[in-house]
Design a protein around this ligand. Sequence first.
Ligand SMILES: [Zn+2]
Length: 581
Amino acid sequence: MIAQSISMMHEETLRRIDLGGVLKDCQIWWLPAGAPTSEPRAIHCTLSGRMVVAGHTVHLQVSLPTEFPRCLPEIEVLEMFPPVGELPHLSAQGQGKVCFPQDANLLDADEPYAIVLDALAFTRNLLERMLPDSKRASEFAREAFVYWGQMAQRGVECVVTLGEHPAPIWVLSKGDELRAVVDDVAEYVASRAPGGMEGLESKFALYLPLGAERVASGFHPRELATLDGLRKHVRALPEEDRIRLSLLLGHVQGTELFVVVGLRRPQEERALLGLRIFDIQGGHPLEDVQALARIEPVLLRRRDHSFLAPRGGAGKGLRSRRVLLAGCGAVGGYIAFSLARAGIGGISLVDPDLLALENTYRHVCGLSWAGISKVVGLQWEIERAIPYVSVNAYRGRFERLLDSNASLLLENDLVISAMGHPTMDLDLNKRVWSDTKHPPVIFTWLEPLGVGGHALLTHRSKPDGFPRGCLKCLYSRPVEGGAIQNRAAFASPDAVYTRDTLGCGSRYLPFADLDAQRTAELATRLALRALRGEVSDAPLLSWRGERKPFEDEGFSVTELFSKALDPFGYIREDCPICSGK
Ligand SMILES: [Zn+2]
């Protein structure tokens, strides 16, 4: 749309508002000719008018930015009569622009007039809700973090537990630069990728839970950045907390104290606000009325697990769970990352191989760490990207590791094998079924050329009797004395699928990265359900790919490929491992 027609449409929209009667005494103002119009938020024209809300005459201004109607109009409260104090959700000091919720992003650009009407209706509704005094204080408390962010000149990472009582915490700094405020220095340093943590100085700091509702109405977050305001809130603390605070203040050294205020919010988690109290003189300003100090509001960037994990859909309960993952190739690499992102607290990686250049396109590490062992490369990648997961790397063959460290199985809540090596998987299956204390195991593997993938869960350690079904059930010997075959296979067993480009020892199974991801997702979802105790039986889950490209390569699928899949159809009555015979 050319600038001319945009401004005509804007003017037309505002004229309809005038005629529509939502606002009284309307006036339309034009920006001076030649004003810049290339900026997306530049304003062409504005309309001012009045509406009456809850007994107040409100003087509003509606502005249409150049981007309108692909964005909301700007609505500003110019004045109110009778006047009221500051209102929440109006930006800037005093009265100001209406803050629209961020989810108001579906606009029907064909109906610009309706967009403005909706925005005015929202404004009226907001003012009706915010005009009562009592509502205002709790709304300011609810929005405290936003107001604090507007006052703060700098921010710092924060890993502090939201407690109900004053508590000692630590502020980490390097020279004048604040790095973090934490309640466990060792845990914080461990949750950071290595490097950058050297030379940090840690100093006593204070966690101070406050409740705006304990103080008379008229609360505004700004008052917490003043000594009088802080003291008012401290005086309103319960007796027990004031005694505790007094004891803690005895630990303050020097003329500076970092305080994390945990401000209670109605029906929600506390808001964390940082304050650097400095130039302290003549007692401690939190308890002593004569004491002097200055206050710097600091924005706290929360980095604690209970804040970060739920945003990624990670379960809080999974942080204490440990998973042993054997095989860190294409499928295993994705599983390791997905487990970490799901909030699993401990992952042990086992694999003997190095990250190879030729697998760049099908390993989660890509080109990073080529030539480094898979377990170490993956450990670094995970620790670099995701906090609060401890990753152990064991370079070596899984069966040898189990031979030398018999308790390894017992130390984990779940074992996943993505080795893609039937002989070693059968060995693991036998080993796990040898002791009822062993954790459940998921075997997962990929078929060639995207024809499918599988994940099988087996457990020996069910308190109420173990469910039948194990990896051994899958293998049968169709011909007496012949080779054993996997009965879950979609790819016909009588073909060679591995390819060889560089000679002996460099054979590989052709599959695409997406096939590996799909298999990893299947296995990880099953793993999370198992860890949450949601699966008590032993299902074999499979995905089927496309048949045609597979057959175009000259291969054929098994009968099973065209049949309905039964997750328990694989269980064999005469299985030498899980039938108990
Ligand atoms: Zn079995």
